[in-house]
Design a protein around this ligand. Structure first.
Ligand code: C2E
Ligand code: MG
Ligand code: MG
Ligand code: MG
Length: 284
């Protein structure tokens, strides 16, 4: 009997695997078309200073505007884009898009160039030999100050590609762009490694912020991350701030910057623009 069941389960498993493979292939084909037909858009999530309450910039987050399925979130397509290498042209696109957008905002509203833009890089991009050259081109073309560009890479990506990452990051440091370590706390950085990388900002992963209340270990973890960051001369962004209580605790721990649904979800360009107007032109 158990043998029978096993066999049945096996067939089912194969069938499921087959369906998955077909879905994946379909997705790959659609992704290729989407790149050609420029179906991607950028949304922007505002980042605020927790000390002044002011808007300091945005994180650009890619979205796929699918002709039939509507807006698709990156969790659904980034893994396949990554596997197939399609993330490289997609990543170039969003980098150019985000920098071009920042330039336009600077010309329209942000004459003092206060705002910064953050762009996520994936591991395939980090291993693309033309990455730095592409970034140079984009910086030259858009004429934004490299200091206003924040590159985000995840802690685990950094640790898995140690030498490649170090090489690229040192080149970017020469350009004066800023480097953020994304999803910090979820990887396994050894502290002795961390200080060797030219990291400007640690982004505390949302999972810690979500569960911070007094008496909880996460509060102590966050306190430790912030102390560590400051001792290494880095600043801290907390991601995923959803409640006033999280915000006030983060403030009391001297966390400098934050983003999260409490302030705003990632929004389309025109909504981001109204946030800029509100922030830069309010009660000076
Ligand atoms: P991430 O870089 O850590 O981005 C933050 C994610 O957390 C975003 O999800 C954002 O919408 C979400 N988030 C922000 N605040 C809150 C909050 O208060 N509560 C909750 N529940 N979520 C919040 P999103 O846009 O779906 O992106 C997911 C991930 O996909 C990103 O994580 C990043 O790793 C990747 N990604 C997004 N855009 C790009 C891109 O252009 N290039 C690359 N390589 N990866 C990207
Ligand atoms: Mg990020
Ligand atoms: Mg993050
Ligand atoms: Mg995260």
């Amino acid at each position: 009997q158990s043998k029978k069941q096993g066999k049945g389960a096996c067939t089912l498993f194969n069938q499921q695997m087959h369906e998955q493979a077909v879905k994946r292939l379909q997705m790959e084909i659609e992704l290729r078309q989407a790149i050609e037909q420029q179906e991607f858009i950028a949304h922007y999530q505002p980042i605020f200073s927790l000390t002044t309450g002011k808007l300091i910039g945005f994180e650009a987050l890619i979205r796929w505007q699918h002709s039939q399925k509507g807006l698709i979130s990156p969790a659904e397509f980034i893994p396949i884009a990554e596997e197939t290498g399609l993330i490289v042209p997609m990543g170039k696109w969003i980098l150019l898009e985000a920098c071009t957008q920042l330039k336009q905002w600077q010309e329209q509203y942000d004459h003092e160039h206060i705002l910064q833009i953050s762009v996520n890089l994936s591991s395939k991009q980090l291993r693309d030999p033309y990455l730095v050259q592409e970034i140079d081109k984009i910086l030259t073309h858009t004429e934004i100050n490299p200091q206003n560009l924040k590159i985000e890479i995840t802690e685990s990506l950094l640790m898995e590609n140690f030498d490649t990452a170090m090489n690229i990051l040192l080149q970017l440091q020469e350009r004066n762009t800023q480097l953020c370590l994304d999803d910090f706390g979820t990887g396994y950085s050894s502290l002795s490694y961390l200080h060797r990388f030219p990291v400007d900002i640690l982004k505390i992963d949302r999972s810690f912020v979500m569960q911070m209340h007094s008496g909880n270990n996460n509060l102590e973890i966050i306190r430790t991350i912030i102390t560590l960051a400051h001792s290494l001369n880095m600043r801290v962004i907390a991601e995923g701030i959803e409640t006033e209580s999280q915000l006030s605790q983060l403030k009391s721990l001297n966390c400098e910057q934050g983003q999260g649904y409490l302030f705003s979800k990632p929004v389309p360009q025109e909504v981001a623009e109204s946030l800029i107007k509100e922030s830069l032109y309010s009660a000076l």
